[in-house]
Design a protein around this ligand. Structure first.
Ligand SMILES: Cc1cc2nc3c(=O)[nH]c(=O)nc-3n(C[C@H](O)[C@H](O)[C@H](O)COP(=O)(O)OP(=O)(O)OC[C@H]3O[C@@H](n4cnc5c(N)ncnc54)[C@H](O)[C@@H]3O)c2cc1C
Length: 257
């Protein structure tokens, strides 16, 4: 499936490490929170990105980590990128008192869901206050925001898992939505299964096709691109490699850091 060439309509610097790229793309308008698109930077590479904004103004929010994201950070409004998708299964919004647990850039796919549901609690965790994404936007959604930073520069000093454990009995959440580093999500899933709480987690794996054909993102017989990226507690409980191993672009099985 060839990418659609679209113009970047606006670029917003969110933090020293993240930018949001807005565009007009009819299929992405109907994308659900948790779904992703494949972004092609001509002459560089094609990489998966969650939709951080859906509806009339679609966008992806990107952390600069390597070659392709560095090229994207050098682009300007009016420049062309290729886009395929939206792909995969997004979040199913259900529950009266959800808790959203985000580590770092993991808030990107959760934000449109938080906006849509407009209630519950958000645990937003990042390395430092400078890495916190979407603080003001979340404050406008109707959900209660709880911040944690690894270095204590803003909010609770500690991890998202510690803050969640502190809050859990006070807020009586009836479901968890999470995205972030896999070690963090694995601990949250473990706690959710212990507490018999429904949970949906958005997983990341190296992806090439995004369509379930190339097997790059295979995990225990499933494809993160097609069966996920959002998995619920029933499927998560069956994944042996979740939180333990991922595959490098070469296919080599590697421990999750
Ligand atoms: C479903 C999904 C949704 C994502 N959503 C976001 C998002 O909203 N915002 C964001 O900043 N990042 C997101 N990512 C991660 C993003 O795709 C990678 O950070 C990006 O591909 C890095 O590309 P690079 O060339 O700049 O860096 P590289 O130097 O190539 O790689 C840096 C890191 O990104 C990983 N990576 C590289 N290429 C891919 C690929 N094709 N598929 C998956 N991982 C890759 C590498 O394993 C490595 O750990 C998502 C990944 C997936 C699978």
């Amino acid at each position: 499936m060839p990418p659609r060439m679209i113009k970047i309509s606006e670029i917003c610097t969110e933090t020293p490490f993240h930018k949001t790229f807005y565009f007009q793309d009819v299929p992405s308008q109907n994308g659900n929170p948790g779904q992703f698109v494949m972004i092609w930077v001509p002459g560089v590479d094609e990489i998966p990105m969650s939709l951080s904004h859906t509806g009339t103004r679609q966008a992806v929010t990107i952390e600069k980590v390597g070659d392709t994201t560095r090229h994207l950070f050098q682009m300007n409004p009016g420049d062309l990128i290729g886009i395929r998708g939206p792909y995969g299964h997004g979040f199913h919004h259900k529950g009266q008192n959800p808790i959203f647990i985000a580590g770092g850039t993991g808030i990107a796919p959760l934000y449109p869901l938080i906006k849509k549901m407009g209630k519950g609690h958000v645990v937003l965790c990042a390395r430092t206050s400078q890495h916190l994404l979407f603080v003001e936007k979340i404050q406008k959604t109707g959900a209660h925001l709880h911040i944690a930073t690894d270095d204590g520069s803003q909010g609770f000093q500690g991890t998202a898992v510690e803050l969640f454990q502190n809050l859990f009995h006070k807020i009586k959440a009836d479901g968890i939505f999470t995205c972030g580093p896999e070690k963090m999500m694995a601990q949250i899933v473990h706690l959710a299964l212990d507490y018999s709480l429904p949970i949906q987690a958005s997983l990341e794996r190296y992806m090439k096709c995004g369509l379930g054909l190339c097997d790059s993102c295979a995990i225990d017989g499933l494809h993160v691109c097609k069966d996920g990226p959002v998995f619920d507690e029933t499927l998560l409980a069956t994944l042996n490699d979740f939180g333990k191993h991922y595959r490098k672009p070469s296919g080599k099985k590697t421990p999750v850091k």
